[in-house]
Design a protein around this ligand. Structure first.
Ligand SMILES: *Cc1c(COP(=O)(O)O)cnc(C)c1O
Length: 373
């Protein structure tokens, strides 16, 4: 691939997203002059704006998306010897958050929504299970009414990983508002992004809110009093400024992603070797990732890259088969749907800045690949 064509359809929209940053720089200049660098006005302003947008009582800004999942687990008392049920098909951060509490991730397989297959959930619940962490993968959503019903019958708290599905909805109710708490990431590849790492926990529970605010700031109740053992994972004030600027655009970004996904769905529909995942009725899928299943996927990926289309795979190696996760004792074949997805999935750019001309290039590049085979 040494003579790879110049990029015709780029994957990341970040250069366009932040092409006119003057407003942000102005706010940062103000911050610098104020010296309000930790948990000050920019963080408060961001948290109130996030609460308004999501319709939740409390938003707590933290340092990373991973910490937005770890902290609610810790607030629930999850720790060594415990288990947290989650999906075998996820990004490593979900598992990392569980592992950092000292608990063990217990995986169940996904289905073609890319989310956990709830038919397997009850089998995974044991006396050691202390929480369930559904992952709203790709911008889709887990069947939350059914999941909440199962969790309720077992008396288990639910912490949603909404890192990929901010503003997604199931039956009109937003991702992250079903369980006791949920985490959202503002990593540069997420729906709203900042200039580095940041995350938000949301909850409607007052006691959870209080614990999360302690946990993110060394457990400090006041300047001089430590109430519990916490850590330092405050939302950075500078990132809060960027986050607030992004929040104002978030709804619009979601709408544009959805429009672009529809356009792909129509454009790719008649290609026999491409299978578009079934669209879930009642779900507002915000398409953080636009993924289809493809025959001869590896060859299609190479073809796209040669033609300057930056397609990607989310993710090529099933997490449970990764070297770093050997300790959890899973073996190849344990999660056949996750395995199949790793072989068949391909992701195309679907962001708000993608033009129709670029989408046409993607569709034509795929069409051309199968025509010549
Ligand atoms: C991005 C992401 C996270 C959090 O990752 P950070 O890089 O720490 O923000 C967690 N879960 C999923 C599914 C993600 O995609």
């Amino acid at each position: 691939m040494s003579d790879q064509a110049s990029v015709k359809v780029r994957y990341s929209p970040l250069a366009q997203q932040f092409a006119e940053p003057d407003e942000i720089f102005d706010a940062i200049r103000e911050l610098v002059l104020s010296g309000d660098f930790t948990l000050g006005k920019p963080v408060d302003d961001f948290e109130r704006a996030f609460e308004d947008l999501l319709g939740v009582k409390h938003a707590i800004g933290v340092g990373t998306g991973t910490d937005s999942l770890k902290l609610p687990l810790k607030a629930l008392g999850v720790g060594h010897g415990d288990q947290v049920v989650t999906c075998a098909h996820t990004f490593i951060a979900t598992v990392g958050a569980i592992h950092e509490t000292g608990a063990r991730p217990a995986f169940i397989d996904c289905d073609d929504t890319f989310c956990m297959n709830l038919d397997h959930l009850e089998d995974a619940i044991t006396p050691k299970t202390k929480a369930i962490m559904p992952v709203h993968m790709t911008g889709a959503m887990v069947d939350m009414p059914r999941l909440m019903d199962i969790a309720g019958r077992h008396g288990l708290p639910v912490v949603e990983d909404a890192c990929q599905s901010m503003l997604g909805e199931y039956d009109g109710k937003k991702a992250g508002t079903w369980g006791i708490a949920a985490g959202v990431s503002m990593h540069p590849l997420k729906l709203i992004n900042v200039w580095g790492d940041a995350g938000v926990v949301m909850t409607n529970d007052g006691e959870m809110d209080r614990k999360l605010r302690l946990l993110r700031n060394h457990g400090l109740k006041t300047r001089d009093e430590v109430e519990i053992m916490g850590c330092n994972t405050r939302l950075d004030s500078l990132q809060a400024i960027v986050g607030s600027w992004m929040l104002a655009q978030a709804e619009d970004i979601a709408v544009r992603r959805i429009e672009r996904a529809r356009y792909y769905d129509q454009g790719l529909a008649d290609i026999a070797q491409i299978r578009i995942p079934g669209r879930q009725p009642g779900v507002k899928h915000i398409y953080l990732l636009y993924i289809v299943f493809a025959e001869d996927r590896d060859e299609l990926l190479s073809h796209c890259l040669e033609k300057g289309v930056e397609a990607k795979i989310h993710y090529p190696i099933p997490l449970y088969q990764q070297q770093g996760l050997k300790q959890f004792g899973y073996k190849p074949g344990d999660f056949p749907v996750t395995d199949r997805h790793a072989r068949e999935m391909i992701t195309f750019p679907v962001d708000q800045h993608l033009s129709q001309e670029e989408q046409d290039i993607v569709i034509e590049t795929v069409r051309e690949f199968y025509r010549t085979r």
